[in-house]
Design a protein around this ligand. Structure first.
Ligand code: GDP
Length: 296
């Protein structure tokens, strides 16, 4: 994960550490390099600009220069600001404090990892002693319904018996009644995905939202698509007012552009990250730990 990014930061900081006593010019030069590293990582242009300005404000000044370990101070500031960029200091946990069954709606483009994430999330909730019901609401691709049923079978987690051709809002409402009657406390709604954002899909997701009032509306976005993922997040958020993002395929993302931009651009937190194809490869997102990992 983030191999390229880590390597490049490493070489910038090695140079900085090697200089011993630092001048203001040394720091300015390092910041110019940090800027390039972030741009090469496909981080949003404006996010990079604001980030470098924030680091500069803290790093350029007598306090850092006069300290015994100025290079360490600069690195520490970069790490803290990276954490802040990704949402450090805000609560990124799922909010399931509502009368059960609590609906969680997952949405996203086809291939982002939505169905896989539904399974992972169900497994994770069961480990937390919840009793989730998986609800396939993608009626356009019978394969998607079958895929979720397969995932559910694999995990021993019940999947609502959606039939192709039913209305997605009606499916979700019926699944909620079914959950009430059968003691499920969480509904995981696997909504339809398309290759591109289209109005009909957004309309349908809006209707599901209006009817079910999901406690969480999570966009599942593919980290490997970089700024495309950020644009997708902006569009979904404009239509649905997301509560958060699940960033998938972080295990294969060498650059980190989506992870570093999505929160700053959309204002919505990354709540969970996908780190592999296996069902247990889902983690709560910790901005500070991620910043630490990025800087090696
Ligand atoms: P959907 O169309 O959005 O429902 O996407 P799927 O759940 O079918 O996932 C598409 C592909 O991405 C599948 O091959 C998944 O195994 C894979 N995938 C999903 N999440 C991750 C992840 O976090 N890491 C990796 N490496 N692959 C993932």
């Amino acid at each position: 994960m983030f191999d390229n990014l880590t390597e490049k930061f490493d070489s910038v900081f090695k140079k900085l550490r090697g200089q011993g006593r630092l001048t203001e010019d040394n720091i300015q030069e390092a910041l110019r390099e940090v800027r390039l590293v972030l741009l090469e990582a496909d981080v949003n242009f404006k996010v990079v600009k604001d980030f470098v300005a924030a680091v500069r404000e803290r790093a350029v000044g007598q306090d850092v220069l006069k300290s015994l370990t100025p290079a360490q101070q600069v690195i520490k500031i970069v790490r803290e600001e990276l954490g802040r960029l990704m949402g450090e200091g805000t609560d990124n946990s799922l909010d399931l404090a509502a009368r059960p069954p609590v609906p969680i709606m997952l949405c996203g483009l086809q291939g982002a990892g939505k169905t896989t994430t539904c399974g992972k999330l169900a497994l994770s909730l069961r480990k937390q002693k919840r009793n989730p019901l998986l609800v396939p609401a993608d009626i356009y691709r019978p394969a998607a319904i079958d895929q979720l049923k397969t995932v559910g079978r694999q995990l021993g987690i019940e999947v609502y018996d959606t039939q192709p051709g039913q209305d997605p809002v009606a499916i979700c409402e019926a699944a909620r009644r079914y959950a009430e009657l059968n003691g499920f406390d969480t509904l995981i709604l696997d909504t339809a995905g398309r290759l591109h954002i289209d109005e009909a899909l957004m309309g349908e997701l809006g209707r599901i939202k209006a009817s079910l009032a999901p406690r969480e509306i999570l966009l599942v976005a593919d980290a490997m698509t970089g700024q495309d993922a950020v644009n997708v997040a902006e569009s979904f958020d404009a239509q649905l007012q997301l509560t958060g993002v699940v960033l998938t395929k972080l295990d294969g993302d060498a650059r980190g552009g989506a992870a570093l931009s999505i929160r700053a651009v959309t204002g919505k937190p990354i709540k969970l990250v996908g780190l592999g194809e296996k069902m247990d490869a889902l983690e709560v997102f910790h901005p500070d730990r991620m910043a630490q990992r990025i800087l090696g």
